[in-house]
Write a protein that binds this ligand. Sequence first.
Ligand code: ADE
Ligand code: ZN
Length: 335
Amino acid sequence: MTLDAETAEHLAAQPKIELHHHIEGAAPPGFIRDLAARKGLDLSNIFTPDGRYSYRGFLQFLDVYEAATAPLTSPEDYAALTRAVLDEAARANVIYLETFISPAFCGGGDVAAWNDYLAALEEAARSVPEVTLRGIVTAVRHFGPEAAQQAATCAQASAGDFIVGFGMGGDENAGLFRDFAPAYDAAREAGLHLTAHAGEWGGPDAVRDAITHLKVARIGHGVRAIEDPALVRELAASDVVLEVCPGSNIALGVYPDLAAHPIARLRAAGVRVTVSTDDPPFFDTTMTREHQRLADTFGWGPADFAALTRTALDAAFCDAPTKAALETQLETKDV
Ligand code: ADE
Ligand code: ZN
């Protein structure tokens, strides 16, 4: 990196808003390793000798992600995870974070168990007041439409101040978007805001399908829209916001490096883009590192990141009073 120290520090100190983040994917590897050891689980096959998560390619990443959730078996485990994750976010000066939380991993789709997990998680979030946390209930696509429906039932039961959205991650090539429309319809009826991973492994048609069939306001990734100039123009003319995770795309091999990544081209074309980490320790990243690498590659400065953060605030799924409070924080902390 050729970024000068002063700019790097300036970017580190800027307040940030992150919209695309998976709570289990943010688990520090040491946290999972220690928890597994305490529970007598052998997870040595998912770590490198120097203690990082070990995977090759997207499908193995999904396997390792799921394996790493094995020791997370109780609300108390998720409370401890939440504290660890928020401490890390606070270090990057993230003031607002929306994290994906999956009922499949938190109680196996049972509504009462899910509510216990959420209560523990919310209580833990209160112990890190530097970061305002909100949850997006998430279906895992390769678990199928029936599990997505269970996730939607949990979402309906918990929609409110803390649970503000419904989304779907997992293997984008499993099933069709329209298979998940009933789950999304249920979430929408519960007043939840909607997002879906699309255009990460699928091409531009996946982005179109997510918008058409699931009626999402935001797209997780969406970067492969760049392959269709007409879609880029449509996105630029719409209110749809992309949750772009450049470090994730490079670590998983969607693009070879940041110079080849379309975020700058999408932004220049008028598409509303935001920046997130996705699963930070898996991709050796933080929000500060994402901003610093973008600055280094595309010459963006603090004013560009302040504008991206405004877009993120605008696209956040929280209620108006929370947005107003965040706006005040941005005004007082912006550097
Ligand atoms: N779950 C966690 N990270 C993901 C990603 N990058 N794509 C799809 N599903 C995910
Ligand atoms: Zn993701």
